[in-house]
Ligand binder design. Structure first.
Ligand SMILES: [Mg+2]
Length: 219
């Protein structure tokens, strides 16, 4: 490894458990809009793991449940309330702290909105555990474009050569990280993604979570 060791991490369903956080938010939303908590699985389906764009998501929610509130109002409610439902596990924060103690530079590379993603990073305390972050909605460039990884590396003061990208999305995180010259650790989410075979050439490592990934990096 030449230069300063660098580890970049995806945010949603990598550093934070988005699935859990969305479920918690959806429960609050269902109560607030008088829908009853039985609609939470439907909201989760419509959400598509967060990959469905928010205007489309709220248009579908509004139509499905016959809500009178406009899409803009529902979206504003989401922006205001959703970050509060997200947590970063103490074990994950400890793993990040351990890497930094060993001299690693750490960064977050996330596709998402310019107001919501930074709020999530601050709300979970992650801003105090990393050297920098790149949010696609701020940068105007999205994973898997290698440019967003290059910017994150520069912002964190690390070098892509010998660095790692850790994430759960095969194309955005693993394909994108590799294209930027990083080694890759894939956080496997059973039932969410197809098994890796068939996606060539696959990640350098498959891990259960960020804690496992951090242990691998310091081997
Ligand atoms: Mg993710």
């Amino acid at each position: 490894v030449t230069g300063v060791a660098l580890a970049l991490f995806d945010l949603d369903n990598t550093l934070i458990d988005r699935a859990d956080g969305f479920g918690s938010w959806a429960t609050e939303f269902a109560v607030e809009y008088g829908l009853g908590v039985e609609v939470v699985p439907t909201l989760t389906d419509l959400d598509q793991d967060g990959y469905r764009l928010r205007p489309e998501f709220f248009a579908l929610v509004r139509e499905r449940f016959g809500l009178r509130a406009e899409v803009e109002e529902l979206w504003a409610y989401y922006r205001r309330t959703y970050p509060e439902h997200l947590r970063c596990r103490p074990a994950v924060l400890a793993a990040l702290a351990g890497l930094r103690e060993r001299g690693w530079r750490l960064g977050i590379v996330t596709n998402g909105l310019p107001d919501i993603q930074p709020a999530k990073i601050a709300r979970t305390g992650l801003d105090r555990y990393v050297d920098g972050y790149c949010v696609s909605g701020v940068e105007g460039v999205r994973k898997p474009d290698p440019e967003i990884f290059r910017r994150a590396a520069a912002r964190c003061g690390g070098t892509l050569d010998g660095g790692w990208m850790v994430g759960d999305h095969p194309d955005q995180d693993i394909g994108g990280g590799r294209a930027a010259g990083l080694r890759t650790a894939w956080i496997q989410r059973p039932g969410r993604w197809p098994a890796w075979p068939g996606r060539d050439p696959g990640p350098d490592a498959t891990v259960r979570d960020v804690v496992d990934a951090a242990a691998l990096l310091v081997l």
